[in-house]
Design a binder for this molecule. Structure first.
Ligand code: SAH
Length: 216
């Protein structure tokens, strides 16, 4: 089977799993933006053309739409995208669009963004796709633009839910071509009934380093 076909098959099975999650009430789908991102929005960090990578049902995209010129939300789960579109129409928000897409292949959007949001997506990837994901993010964030990332930290106890991430892992993942501007301990809000009322999390503001000026 050709590489592209294998990739397609894998993509479809991952998409099915995430889509199935949205048939229920996933623990991350809190129906409102993550408070840690609201704070960054209020500080003026969500600006310009925004990509919400792995947007789910669009809570953070709709937050971003209040501050930014235009927001694109992409997610692998068709069901989540349909819910997000309905919410945007219901709320009368017109500067947002939602599409089914692969966060590991963001370059296919063929657009550069000023701000990229990642709420709970980096922490779903294993090591290999993690590196591919960071490269994918780099391909769509303009030099000088910012990635605002929220993920579970190693301080969240238990085996449930997504992968736990340490500060060192975050710094290592964004070592080349990025500057970690801030890395704060915060919390990741979850739905009632999860093993913790809110997960311990990292909030990272990571700037894409402008390309060096070629002086030759
Ligand atoms: N950002 C949302 C959803 C977080 S859960 C929120 O804060 O509510 C992780 C999301 O990543 C899910 O919606 C899942 O469907 C999506 N996802 C997982 N793998 C993906 C991939 N390869 N491409 C795009 N989205 C993906």
């Amino acid at each position: 089977m050709a590489v592209a076909d294998r990739w397609h098959d894998r993509f479809m099975s991952i998409a099915d799993e995430w889509n199935d999650a949205y048939a229920g009430a996933p623990g991350w789908d809190i129906g409102r933006p993550q408070p840690a991102l609201v704070e960054l929005a209020e500080r003026g960090l969500i600006r310009g053309r925004v990509l919400d990578s792995g947007c789910g049902t669009g809570s953070n995209s709709l937050l971003a739409a209040r501050y930014a010129a235009h927001v694109t939300g992409i997610d692998i789960a068709q069901r989540a995208i349909e819910a997000a579109r309905k919410r945007a129409v219901g709320d009368g928000v017109t500067n947002v669009e939602f599409r089914v897409g692969d966060a590991l292949r963001l370059g296919e959007l063929d657009e550069q963004f000023d701000t990229v949001l990642d709420s709970g997506v980096f922490h779903v990837f294993d090591d290999d796709p993690r590196a591919a994901y960071v490269a994918s993010l780099a391909s769509v964030l303009r030099p000088g633009g910012r990635l605002l990332l929220l993920c579970f930290s190693e301080a969240t106890p238990g085996e449930w839910g997504p992968r736990r991430v340490t500060a060192d892992e975050l710094r290592a993942a964004f070592a080349d071509g990025w500057t970690v501007e801030s890395l704060d301990r915060t919390s990741f809000a979850v739905t009632p009934g999860q093993p913790v009322p809110a997960a311990d999390a990292w909030r990272a503001v990571i700037r894409r380093v402008p390309a060096p000026v070629n002086r030759q």
